[in-house]
Design a protein around this ligand. Structure first.
Ligand SMILES: O=P(O)(O)OC[C@H]1O[C@H](O)[C@H](O)[C@@H](O)[C@@H]1O
Length: 567
């Protein structure tokens, strides 16, 4: 019997199989069966993420119990104090999120570990905040962030509210992998153990709002701007509107997208990386003549931005809105004499150069990490102890940013408040945020950033992604689209190649990322997504003008598609 059949049979015949999965298992096609059982669901860029349904490679009550039992063993190993400090648990609007969250709390209680569970859906950044605020040992967030509705996921946090970095995650993973029978775990705890579970809500909200409001740099700015806001049916709805109300901003919610709907019924996609997320908000913006559109992903860690510019609405990339936030924040810190000593900004190896150049204009150093905000959180924690450098901003090209590190993950409510303030501040000077961006191009050079993500699902897809990267590694391109490659970085082999010299690439956990620097100041990178079955190509293209950068982008994208057989 094949491994897939063995696993399948075990599930079908197991006495503890949750009854709701019986029909799904019985009706699986051969392909579906293979995809659901060919592997065990793994921890990736941001915890465990997968399609909801029965199977070892799916998110369901059994795989989440297995993960939580492994996490419990990790907490127990850390000692009595860790069990008493407990775990904060949050969840979003997705199918099963609330059920899974309370099931985690029961299972922790069964292991004699305290927990604090939110009474209803809350943003991921509020969960991160709650861990610190309540002095917990860690946190669990049930969410698949920006993924489609078929997905759910499981993010784990340390006591600083930062997602577990690889060296900690691997200790949990080892314990998860040591569990042989995920279906044998039940979460029934005694009435006495149930007392270890505390339901939280308003009190934590208030503290979180207070902290978010404290980030304002110009609280008295003229707030004569109109903001159209969409939570994409997710957790940002209440906190962002509440923060705007308290700060005095006029926010027009996209009403159809405010209900916490697990099917995301009124949006084509809840992901601010995709144009569909802005569709209805754009309609609202035109009807209301809004200055700015802001959309958050379901767990409110990402924020997408649209700007009215010369009478048209322009949707910014995460690189662009990040650069504008840097410009605003750093210029204000400088003007108000609030720039800390040794200021540092964080972004990733696939984030555009524009942000780094903008930061450098203010004497702010940039440190780069791998993709995944946990790596930025790790650096924040390090400097908090050494005081060597002081945090001024952190962001990724994927629309996530963190203004102030009382949260240790991307925080869209903070980003929405700061973006509104920036828009209001510049409007009072007769500028919109696209004008600000143009100013950055004038000063730092014109860039066009783009990402091409190719979906390759299932076992075959996963193999193909690995192969594409292996082939690139094997036959490293000397030129791309006619432009010589002057340097390449390989984050798996840990090498930097420049001409004939090979140096060691240090400071990063090994990761399957390749980055090619071109003679014209552009770069192109490739890596597998750790949250979806995709290979991602990142383009940071420098041009003499916007038109030039765009033409080059098209040329490079075509060349990479041909080179990798993804055309
Ligand atoms: O490119 P991926 O591995 O799918 O990750 C894309 C993004 O996913 C999540 O939002 C993570 O929290 C981010 O840190 C990451 O940048």
């Amino acid at each position: 019997m094949s491994l897939v059949d063995e696993r399948y049979e075990k599930w079908v015949n197991h006495p503890n199989l949750d009854a709701r999965y019986k029909d799904d298992l019985a009706n699986m096609s051969a392909d579906e069966k293979n995809d659901a059982f060919y592997t065990l669901i793994e921890f990736g860029t941001a915890g465990m993420r997968g399609i909801l349904g029965p199977g070892t490679n799916r998110i369901n009550i059994h795989t989440i119990r297995k993960a939580t039992q492994g996490y419990s063993d990790f907490i127990i190993h850390a000692g009595k104090e860790a069990c008493e400090k407990g775990i904060a648990i949050g969840y979003d609007n997705r199918h099963m999120s609330q059920e899974l969250a309370f099931d985690c709390a029961n299972l922790l209680a069964k292991n004699n570990i305290k927990s604090y569970v939110f009474e209803s859906l809350r943003p991921t950044p509020e969960l991160s905040f709650a861990v610190r605020h309540l002095g917990c040992f860690g946190g669990i967030m049930i969410t698949a962030s920006h993924n489609p509705k078929e997905y759910n996921g499981y993010k784990l946090y340390d006591d600083k509210g930062c997602q577990l970095i690889p060296c900690l995650a691997s200790q949990v993973i080892d314990r998860v992998n040591a569990i042989e029978d995920e279906l044998a775990i039940d979460a029934n705890c005694t009435e006495q153990q149930k007392e270890l579970i505390t339901v939280i809500g308003k009190e934590v909200d208030e503290e979180y709002y207070k902290n978010v409001l404290s980030i304002q740099l110009n609280p008295d700015v003229n707030k004569d701007i109109k903001i159209v806001f969409s939570p994409e049916h997710g957790t940002a709805n209440i906190p962002v509107q509440e923060v705007y109300k308290r700060a005095g901003y006029n926010c027009i919610p996209v009403v159809e997208q405010c209900s916490p709907d697990p099917d995301f019924s009124n949006t084509p996609t809840p992901n601010p990386e995709q144009a569909g997320a802005y569709e209805l908000a754009l309609k609202y913006a035109k009807e209301n003549d809004a200055d700015v559109i802001l959309v958050c992903d379901p767990d409110a860690d990402r924020m997408g931005v649209g700007v009215k510019h010369n009478g048209e609405y322009v949707v910014m990339t995460g690189n662009q809105s990040g650069a504008v936030l840097i410009e605003y924040i750093l210029s204000q810190l400088q003007a108000q004499n609030k720039m800390p000593e040794n200021p540092v900004m964080f972004n990733t190896v696939v984030t555009s150069d524009l942000g780094e150049k903008t930061a450098a204009n203010y004497g702010v150093e940039t440190e780069k990490t791998l993709t995944g905000f946990k790596f930025i959180g790790e650096k924040v924690a390090k400097y908090e102890v050494t005081h060597e450098k002081n945090y001024v901003f952190g962001y990724e090209e994927s629309y996530g940013s963190l203004i102030c590190p009382f949260v240790r993950d991307k925080d869209a409510p903070q980003a929405c408040l700061m973006l509104a303030e920036a828009a209001a501040y510049y409007k009072a000077q007769g500028k919109d945020l696209c004008d600000v961006l143009d100013g950055l191009y004038e000063r730092n050079g014109t860039y066009e950033e783009s990402q091409v993500a190719i979906s390759l699902s299932g076992e075959a897809g996963a193999k193909r992604i690995k192969q594409i990267l292996a082939d690139l590694r094997e036959n490293s391109p000397k030129e791309i689209g006619g432009t010589p490659v002057v340097k390449s970085e390989d984050y798996k082999e840990c090498t930097i190649k420049e001409g004939d010299t090979v140096k060691e690439l240090t400071g990063f956990t090994k990761s399957d990322v390749l980055k090619y620097y071109l003679e014209d100041g552009s770069w192109i990178a490739a890596r597998p997504s750790g949250t979806e079955p995709k290979i991602k190509f990142y383009y940071c293209i420098k041009g003499d003008s916007k038109e030039d950068a765009h033409a080059k982008t098209l040329n490079y994208q075509k060349a990479i598609a041909e080179l990798t057989g993804t055309n």
